[in-house]
Design a protein around this ligand. Structure first.
Ligand SMILES: *Cc1c(COP(=O)(O)O)cnc(C)c1O
Length: 366
């Protein structure tokens, strides 16, 4: 038995004909950057997220970075960020020139704990950057309530959560702006790099439009010092084909997750994901916890099952952030999570039979 973590090719093969046709049309168009495909994708993805604006950019990191720039958040500013996240969330803040201020997660959801946010707010705090980790929406009402009281902006890192809902509302529409990634492994993935910003703020959308394209609205008129970070026509065209499949693919993930939870709940020492009543996650990753994670991972490997760790080193302990001198023990909940989490195979193209095999191996292991 050989079970891979995620088969990226399978999603392409399912829609092979449409992708081939899209590519042919793309070549024929003779227009490769900032054209009709991108415009159409932006309209469709904005509508999918139930927001007024979507701006396609180069990748997820740029999406978050440009949001912060557009909000004029930079030097001497602080941004509240989950301690427990992928490092890109932090890097966006650092690249804008601001300081990430980490906050510990809720031990059950792994997302930022709103109760811990207030203690981290200072006179320099400008925004809260919440992450919908593993495809599970963060507790946005509580976060927004704090933000209103302290006059802070709220930014969503929705890179892992395309289509997830919080109290019935789609992520990407729950703060002042949201950043998405279309990195190939994400729930909505391009065949290369890609990203987008969604927002209901027309002024902010306009600024991000400028920032992604050299600060220019009209060619050779540069209003501000912009960047070059645009979602390619080709990737936008592929993403349009894939967006039409997203709900179906997310529904399949949901079925697999329910099966896993059902079969694994009773295993002592193994913690299955917790889903609050208000959350409709999209299961970007299916993450379990076990005190002896490495032994479990090894056992799965011997049985032919791939598993991964998201993420083994929290940002505050990574070499990239040594300047902050956060030692081991600075964020104990985050550190414990990083030592215990294990992501099991999960994708829209894994069959129920395969998941059954994984569950059986785990049941027998204990
Ligand atoms: C993938 C990811 C990003 C960055 O996206 P890229 O497209 O790789 O730049 C940011 N935040 C989170 C939580 C991610 O998972």
């Amino acid at each position: 038995m050989k079970i891979s973590f995620l088969d990226l090719k399978a999603s392409c093969l399912e829609i092979r004909q449409e992708l081939d046709e899209t590519y042919r049309k793309f070549i024929e168009s003779g227009w490769y950057i900032l054209g009709q495909e991108l415009e159409a994708f932006e309209v469709e993805f904005a509508s999918y997220c139930n927001v007024q604006h979507c701006i396609g950019v180069g990748n997820g990191l740029d999406a978050l970075h440009l949001i912060l720039r557009a909000m004029d958040i930079g030097l001497d500013d602080e941004v509240i960020v989950p301690a427990n996240t992928y490092i890109a969330t932090w890097l966006a803040i650092s690249h804008a020139g601001a300081t990430p201020v980490p906050v510990e997660p809720n031990e059950k959801t792994y997302n930022i704990e709103p109760k811990n946010i207030e203690a981290a707010i200072t006179s320099k705090t400008k925004a809260i950057l919440a992450v919908h980790l593993y495809g599970q929406p963060a507790d946005m009402d509580s976060i927004n309530e704090i933000a209103v009281r302290y006059e802070l902006k709220v930014i969503e890192d929705a890179a892992q959560a395309h289509g997830a809902r919080y109290k019935g509302r789609r992520v990407g529409s729950l703060g002042d702006a949201a950043g998405f990634s279309f990195y190939p492994t994400k729930n909505l993935g391009a065949l290369g790099d890609g990203g987008a910003v969604t927002t209901n703020d027309s002024e902010l959308a306009d600024k991000i439009n400028l920032l992604r394209n050299y600060g220019s609205r009209v060619k050779y008129l540069n209003e501000i010092k912009g960047f070059n970070s645009r979602l390619d026509e080709l990737q936008a065209a592929f993403l349009r084909v894939k967006l039409a499949k997203l709900d179906k693919w997310n529904a399949h993930r949901e079925e697999l997750a329910k099966y896993y939870i059902d079969k694994l709940t009773d295993i002592t020492e193994l913690t299955v994901p917790f889903v609050p009543t208000w959350a409709e996650p999209v299961w970007h990753l299916f993450v379990v916890r076990h005190p002896k994670r490495e032994i479990l991972k090894q056992h799965l490997k011997i049985c032919g099952i791939d598993s991964l760790v998201h993420y083994p080193i929290p940002p505050h302990l990574s070499d990239a952030y040594t300047e902050n001198q956060w030692g081991i023990g600075s964020f104990p909940i985050t550190e414990k999570i990083s030592q215990e989490v294990l992501s099991l195979p999960m994708s829209p193209h894994i069959t129920h039979k395969t998941i059954k095999n994984v569950a059986e191996v785990l049941q027998k292991a204990f």
